[in-house]
Design a protein around this ligand. Sequence first.
Ligand SMILES: C[S@@+](CC[C@H](N)C(=O)[O-])C[C@H]1O[C@@H](n2cnc3c(N)ncnc32)[C@H](O)[C@@H]1O
Length: 275
Amino acid sequence: MGSKAEHGPIRPARADILLASVGERGVLCDFYDENASDIFRDLAADAGGTEEAHGFSALIRPESGAVLELGAGTGRLTIPLLELGWEVTALELSAAMLATLRQRLADAPADLRDRCTVVPGDMTAFALGKRFGTAVLSPSTIDLLDDVDRPGLYSSVREHLEPGGRFLVGMANPDASGRQEPLERTQEFTGRSGRRYVLHAKVYPSEEIRDVTIHPADESLDPFVICVNRFRVITPDQIARELEQAGFDVVARTPLPGVRNHELVLEAQLSGRPS
Ligand SMILES: C[S@@+](CC[C@H](N)C(=O)[O-])C[C@H]1O[C@@H](n2cnc3c(N)ncnc32)[C@H](O)[C@@H]1O
């Protein structure tokens, strides 16, 4: 557990250029690590959680019991799922994200806090010693995993679902956005504090990855924190195929309400077939 975090951040070309220009003031970090946490909070990264939690909640059968949420982050979905009455086990790899989630729970009413179990862990290899009726993965999370890591996610989830249990996988729906994503884009935006940031995203089609770099617009800052994140460019069709190969039946694709409005949930049910 934790090995992924120890690999350190990836180095997109954009980050290299920035690091060369800011010299020793430059701090390169993964978007979910401790160095990025101030920026993460400033970016209103919990937007849309309530709407998405309602979307997921509508797909969870009332009798299915506790929900396993993978890559729970700072609780953007966890807190609203608890508010909707679910019992949630929230698994997360990043110590910084876990610290924020634990603080949010400590500040929450006891009734919510008591229904949440927080587990440090790697979603591609975990063993919790219990089964759940439902496992949930928020959008923009499965695409953080490499091709070689996703089978570990599927088999770990399979081992933690009750018979007939459901794996709800949130993903971008490329058909819903109605436009082709440009290969490269740069965009400035404002955080909660009023501070300006620059986001740069670049798709490498042959490698099927999208590198995202976020940094303050003010390049004189010290330290100058450069947050990086790498997403795999994968479609719902591809994930549906992988789930079927891993012993799930993909029974539905449902649009997910939320701020982005171009996301869906793949509803995968444990099949009776041996995988
Ligand atoms: C896009 S964020 C989503 C967080 C949260 N579910 C939400 O909706 O805001 C992805 C989360 O997955 C976590 N993560 C990435 N790889 C992971 C792994 N192998 N195991 C567990 N968590 C992981 C990241 O640290 C991050 O908190």
